[in-house]
Design a protein around this ligand. Sequence first.
Ligand SMILES: Cc1cc2nc3c(=O)[nH]c(=O)nc-3n(C[C@H](O)[C@H](O)[C@H](O)COP(=O)(O)OP(=O)(O)OC[C@H]3O[C@@H](n4cnc5c(N)ncnc54)[C@H](O)[C@@H]3O)c2cc1C
Ligand code: SF4
Length: 514
Amino acid sequence: MARPEKILRLILGDQLNSAHSWFKRPDDLVNYVIMEIRQETDCVTHHIQKVAAFFAAMRAFGDHLRRQGHRVTYLRLDDPGNRQTIRDNVLQIIRSKGITRFEYLLPDEHRLDVQLHELGASLPVPFAADDTEHFLTRRRELKDMFAGKRRFLMESFYRRMRKRFDVLMEGEQPAGGGWNFDIENRRPYDGRIPIPPPLVFENDVSEVVDMIRRSKVKTFGAIEPKQLIWPIDRPQTLKLLAAFIADGLPHFGTYQDAMTVKSWSLFHSRLSFALNIKILHPLEVIAAAVDSWRRNPERVAIQQAEGFVRQVLGWREYMRGVYWALMPGFAGMNFFGHDLPLPDFYWTAETRMACMAAVIGQSLRHAYAHHIQRLMVTGNFALLAGIHPDEVDAWYLGIYIDAIQWVEMPNTRGMSQFADGGMVATKPYVSSANYIRKMSDYCTSCAYDPKARHGEGACPFNSLYWGFYARNRDKFESNPRIRMMYRAWDRMAAAERKRILRQAEIYRRDLNRL
Ligand SMILES: Cc1cc2nc3c(=O)[nH]c(=O)nc-3n(C[C@H](O)[C@H](O)[C@H](O)COP(=O)(O)OP(=O)(O)OC[C@H]3O[C@@H](n4cnc5c(N)ncnc54)[C@H](O)[C@@H]3O)c2cc1C
Ligand code: SF4
């Protein structure tokens, strides 16, 4: 009689989906392995909260699987037998446990996709890869949908998704009479609605943090080791979802672009970490939001529910499609040929620019900033100043709790830095101080003057903004969405234009002094 197969199944740190069909029933012939490895902690410098939250969630998941009766090998970072790479650990386990078959779940990062495929092909036993059963679209779906097109249009992708998953639909028509309520949304914070205090957890991760420090993993940012605020398991995640539906969703759309020194999270859900490590399924989140609107449209108006659904059903899946459509070339794109290093204040928040100090400061404290802070403050500055996209990518990938390359890169290199030359965005997301002044209260406490374009104390965003457009005129003059801007520039007196450009050059020459 043939010997029964002995299977080794690899679970990566962002594959903590307890509803996956792998885990339907325990099987003594199936061994799961979860590993904390230097290969991953050292690929960029990460925020300490990010490393601690990943390890804490992985450990909680390993314990959960064991409680369900599964066989789990959990390799801690400091285990003497840990060989610190996926390849070496897998080979070691195959040999020591007499494994006859290797299986893994398709990773979301291109680098790991290549690595695992090569590993599988080189093993002495057969291998197979399964789907993670998390995303709503296939990897190559966006590429197929826009084959032959110059641009991936998010709005048409999103409408298809609404129809396909029957979300916020009334028959063939969008619920509430419109696909998009952006005009009613996106207001600055006016203080009319009190901001709910963010639900934070108090996970004691001191042991994990001690281990990370003992192992000399290079990290940055702050942490309270006894009070990690991020959800690390399913019960905590469901509490965070419920808190968001009750307190955040009713005003989500209205204030989704607002920024204020009064709060680091406003009405945002802070669910991205739980979603990205797959503790939470996107359809659960979407269903909770839609259900809340259906039950009580007086409390959750359609524009609030739609604004949120657009993020999860639209942007999140769309960004994943962009990643797989453009990789691996995406990682080297640099449309403007930008080459300046990232200024030091991105790592310290020590700058006189109040908006940058606020956004970087909260990112160092909480490993979190919301979308507009990432896009229109730190991302905007990096693009205007001409920072190399590699440096910008590495910073975003390191600092945010939710940063995994498949979602970080299309947002950073694509949407924010326009390094793809406009596959994602129809025009660069840049602004002068005007936008930040309109959408936040940062400028009121700033050392710089948001109205001045040059001279002592002039807001750097103003001259850098015009400087950016002036040096890229050949790339944008024919773009109908930007042409008006060049007309405004040409109407300015020649002497004024000269002063603005000189100011921009002075600032760009020594960004660290800002
Ligand atoms: C430069 C830049 C870098 C970014 N890097 C990341 C990243 O590494 N990881 C990440 O998850 N998001 C990233 N985003 C998108 C967005 O900023 C975060 O998803 C969001 O701020 C997470 O906070 P939240 O859960 O409170 O989101 P909410 O505002 O409550 O939105 C709900 C959910 O919608 C999804 N979502 C919203 N916008 C986007 C988007 N543009 N792309 C993908 N999903 C979206 C997220 O899953 C989020 O949890 C980035 C955006 C920019 C501009
Ligand atoms: S004045 Fe300029 S630098 Fe200061 S907060 Fe406003 S936009 Fe930022």
